[in-house]
Design a binder for this molecule. Sequence first.
Ligand code: COA
Length: 520
Amino acid sequence: MHHSHQAQDSTEYQQIEKQRIRLPELRNRITTAAHAASWIEDGMTIGMSGFTRAGDAKVVPLAIAERAKTENLKISLMTGASLGNDVDKTLTEAGAMSRRMPFQADPTLRAAINRGEVMYVDQHLSETVEQLRTRQINAIDIAIIEAIAITETGAIIPTTSVGNSASFAILADQVIVEINLTQSMDLEGLHDIFIPKHRPRREPVPITSVSDRIGTTAISIPPEKIIAIVITEKKDSASTILPPDEDTAKIAAHLVNFFKEEVRDGRLSNNLMPLQAGIGTIANAVMTGFIDSPFEHLTMYSEVLQDSTFDLFDAGKLDFASGSSITLSAQKSQEVFAEITKYKDRLILRPQEISNHPEVIRRLGLITINTALEADIYGNINSTHVLGTHMMNGIGGSGDFARNAYLSVFATKSIAKDGKISSIVPMVTHVDHTEHDVDIIVTEIGLADLRGLAPRERAQIIIQHCVAQPYKQMLIDYLAEAEQRGGHTPHILEKAFEWHTRYRETGSMLDVTKALKVAA
Ligand code: COA
């Protein structure tokens, strides 16, 4: 059965088939998205490609949603990370999503999670396939993987992300492949697929430099597992990050100054250490700040490669970048993928358990830069739960990196929602990263270097360096009162969440009486 592909005449189409499905016996598996989706059964666990909007399965998931509108069809969905093309939204709206892991960033799904309708397992991104492999979580029935091509041996060549695709395809009973004609054939050779052996006698992951290649360029599976192939021409969704603004530029400048001092004092050399930068606007802006810095021959061992990675390449600042996905704005995506061969020998895409592997992160000595929703005066970080209860996106890879970093940085703007929320609070309402995993906190106000400091010292430095008035005075007062009660980490427990309570009740964390006192 042939996919209806009117745009191509039949000889051109045969050429594409030859180039994209190199194992001839697989060509008769080409089918429609609707037919491929008919393999999915109610209650199945489905593993899909896709990492931060890059390389996601794009048409079969929507066909699953279509079915779910008229029949009882609910799936557990695992991916690399967040998806684009409204896949999470469409599956949620169709009522097809019962469980989701290990990451998401979609407003519709987020709302369903926060209503308690979708069970969301927010997980360190390096751990999902370890738990799958050891059958600690439900096995994957069917994997749906986007590819640029299938090789002569039936191996799958991924597109703009690797994520969990390799292990999903290897561990699933059956595999559906979406061959995406808009993804450049020049991506072939970019990927480095390496699957660790079983524990407890696992050998070391043999990466000792960010540019080391240790695996294969495609995902090897028995070709008979491929039950359907769907040809698509839908593009990756563009990144939603905003350009750097005044505050994020200040955050970047504080960090660049700090690294300059580290170099001056001989603790870092001018190429720093391999850099990891988290997702989102702030982390991207911080990386962009390195363009106008004195540092050179930088490298990245990161997870998502955003616009800033390619800006740094173009500025001649960056020598090499290893990641698990390439997620770009619409404009940048056009530029980069038109000329991907220009960058290819300086790029590797790895499975996320390798890009985020604690062993490798510790060995290479990464400077990790991730983002907090809120931090507390002792340096504990909440990256996931708005006001302690409502899921934003998830922990992603930030825990994999922060815990094992050479130097762990967390950035945040000092205020959110026009100042009605302070991002530095007496006590965080949810802890993703404990104070033990946090060396530096930086806001647009300044930078707190917490290395070697005890909690009472950390509190002084964070309040002095990272917070603006009137929240600064409110924190000084809180700490003074807490210290009178004593303790290694002083708190007034009955007041620790007073700011969050006030926000819920009045729409602002500001204590009007105190704010007036400061103003006077
Ligand atoms: N309380 C409530 N909301 C807050 C807040 C706080 N303390 N701090 C920020 N926000 C809101 C902002 O107002 C903004 O809301 P909007 O989308 O309605 O405008 C939103 O959170 C995003 O904040 P922004 O300042 O634009 O930051 P960002 O785009 O850099 O994203 C995170 C910040 C924390 C949401 C994001 O980095 C994330 O999900 N991190 C967790 C995963 C992770 O770190 N992965 C990295 C490993 S690679």
